[in-house]
Design a protein around this ligand. Structure first.
Ligand code: 13P
Length: 283
């Protein structure tokens, strides 16, 4: 069943667990994620970036695929647009049937970020779609989103931003970065997570939670108010590593054989994450 992320995340915040937002770009990754969710009876958020949407051929392709798959995988799922930077893309995704969007105005000055995010909230709320905003700058790179530096979110900015925009959930910069770990230490500033959670009292979103972030820090951050944890890189690594292993055998040339092992690897990774985030049997 496709549901607004807010429905899943408000329960998670109350229950002090987090729901995984897993990035997908094709059928097999989507199946791997849904298979894990079904196995553990967990809600999940299927996240797609602009690049993934372009790769698939448009937001309607994901909507149709996920709706069909959900006839088989009967768990609460939110279809989410990750890191949109303009209203046009948000409107296209929502019109196609997405149930959650992130508007990322973090590269803009505060006032412009508020104005853009407010416009998205106005459009989305009328259509019962959840909105995630971002304040502060999460470092690293993911598809078209890139930043060398991390600019930690302050609790004051977080409170002012949430009040001014009415977002349902908030992505904040607390020490993690998107993409592969590149030598610089990544961490979760737990004092900051606690202070932001007290300042805003809405579900917090932890971006850049793959590779290099300790499981203990993730668990503690969830206990403090992180209700959505984003995973992209670990899924890409699992998928491509499985492909490399299978393709070593030159006699294999059936795409279904090759992709089945990658799909299985995604499923195993997502099972680990769901278990870590504590959303087992929360569907
Ligand atoms: P990772 O690249 O660390 O998996 O982060 C993904 C993310 O935050 C998607 O928005």
């Amino acid at each position: 069943m496709l549901v607004p992320a807010q429905k899943i995340l408000s329960r998670a915040l109350k229950g002090r667990y987090a729901v995984g937002a897993f990035n997908t770009s094709n059928l097999e990754i989507t199946q791997g994620i849904l298979e894990a969710a079904k196995k553990l009876c967990s809600p999940v958020i299927l996240s797609t970036s602009l690049k993934a949407i372009r790769y698939a051929g448009g937001p309607d392709v994901f909507v149709a695929m996920v709706r069909e798959l959900l006839k088989k995988y009967r768990v609460p799922v939110s279809l989410h647009l990750d890191h949109a930077t303009d209203l046009l893309l948000v409107k296209a995704a929502i019109t196609a049937g997405y149930t959650s969007v992130m508007i990322d105005g973090s590269h803009l000055p505060f006032r412009k970020n508020v104005a853009l995010t407010k416009a998205v909230v106005r459009f989305a709320k009328k259509r019962n779609v959840s909105v995630e905003g971002e304040i502060g700058v999460i470092g690293g790179s993911e598809d078209y989103i890139r930043s060398k530096k991390i600019l930690l979110t302050t609790p004051q900015d977080a409170r002012a931003f949430v009040r001014a925009t009415g977002v349902h959930s908030l992505a904040c910069a607390v020490g993690t970065a998107h993409g592969r770990a590149r030598g610089q230490r990544e961490y979760v500033d737990l004092h900051l997570v606690r202070a932001i959670a007290r300042a805003v009292r809405i579900p917090l979103v932890l971006h850049g939670a793959s590779e290099g972030i300790s499981q203990d820090e993730i668990r503690k951050a969830i206990g403090l108010g992180v209700s959505k944890v984003n995973i992209d890189t670990d899924i890409r690594l699992a998928f491509t590593e499985a492909l490399r292993v299978t393709l070593k055998d030159k006699s294999v040339y059936d795409p279904r054989t090759v992709l089945s092992s990658a799909r299985e690897a995604v499923m195993e990774t997502v099972v680990e994450k769901i278990t870590l985030f504590g959303s087992v049997r929360k569907a």
